[in-house]
Ligand binder design. Sequence first.
Ligand SMILES: Nc1ncnc2c1ncn2[C@@H]1O[C@H](COP(=O)(O)OP(=O)(O)OP(=O)(O)O)[C@@H](O)[C@H]1O
Ligand SMILES: [Mg+2]
Length: 440
Amino acid sequence: MIATGEEPPKPTMQPARVIIMGAAGRDFHNFNVYFRDNPAYQVVAFTATQIPNIEGRTYPASLAGELYPEGIPIHPEQQLVELIHAHSADQVVFAYSDVTHEYVMHLASEVLINGADFRLMGTGIEPVLSLGQARRSFLPIRARTDLPSSLAPFKSISIELDSSPLLLQSGRIFAIHLVVAALLMFLLHRFSLPPIEKALEQLEMTQAQLIHSEKMSALGEIYAGLTHEINNPLGIMIGKLELALKMAKERQLPADLTRDLEIVTRNGLRISELIRSLLIFSRKSTLSFTETALNHVIAEVVELVDKPYAKQHIRIESRFEPKLPYCYGSAGHLHQVFLGLLNNARDAMPQGGTITLRTYVNSHFLIAEVEDTGTGMAPDVKARIFEPFFTTKGVGKGTGLGLSVAYGIIKTHGGDITVESTPGKGSLFRLMLPIEEPRQ
Ligand SMILES: Nc1ncnc2c1ncn2[C@@H]1O[C@H](COP(=O)(O)OP(=O)(O)OP(=O)(O)O)[C@@H](O)[C@H]1O
Ligand SMILES: [Mg+2]
């Protein structure tokens, strides 16, 4: 439930015992403007991380005001949990501005689990977020945040979660995470939008990749089982057919019989080739790895297709990083991957165009890009291109195995393939291969 315009809770008779985290200036500021002469609170300690050697000191009585004739002790942040217990703290107030969302979420849960409430202070004197009443077994969980003046007459949002006893403790902790995440999103939103958009984009991408790789590994398992079952009887059939063909030729049996046997054998071998591709996709076949010069592999493929492509008005531009480290891979299979990608690029440019090939290093990966100026892909096509037998090329033109096999090969190398595509503009396939020393 979300209610707006709620007033902050009224001070209770007993002052709430508070630990302030920060010691970077903001916390002292918060103390001075909000807690210092406030009889509703008793600040029992500060914790510090950001100013060197400040721990073990005392915030001086002269600054702390009349309520603190002894001053206030400052401890290292690592002692937070002990301090909560030693002082029976009611609240931990957090006053940083430059830490990650994840860090704050962890901290909030740790504070709550150890029995205190958790508060974030903003630039104003009011807390921008308070969570907890953990000391009453997490119930009710409340969160409240101020709203920007542009949203007047609403001044704040507060969230109360269902206090049903059926909610298990872990469920409540999860709920707290959600509330903190939601409120931090809101706070971020108040100051700048781009970080949220970027985070959401990344989240969406990660989710899509997860779904994709789960789907691929499930398909891989199915194909692995199926291909083994087909491969063995097929091998026997092809062997027998080759023998029959040999005998038919030797005994000079009628020519149409020999031709039919040839056709059956050829098609049997085609099926066997397909099965081999599926085995690579399902990563159950073994590749032999060795030190491989990626630029060299790609250049070889380019040499193969350069002339026929030129006839179709397709230009290939190679922008290779000259000092590319070796990758530990299977040159033959990588050859197959690049040939498949180049053929796809060609098919996407029936009127001609440019294929740009790039290699470079990005932290721990060798990157190879194949970019075309072709038709691009609609999102529903792009979502399915790695599925075996998915093709838009019509019967007899494409088997729909090119990319699924490429995917299997690159995954076997410990790498990955990503795709960017704009309908009408073109596509970019990006291959990542780990830079690795050959195993001894
Ligand atoms: N560069 C590209 N531009 C546009 N669409 C592409 C591109 N590469 C792949 N696709 C799409 O992905 C589909 C699957 O590609 P994949 O290479 O797996 O199979 P295919 O090319 O159709 O057949 P095969 O490679 O087995 O001959 C293609 O049919 C096409 O729709
Ligand atoms: Mg293809």
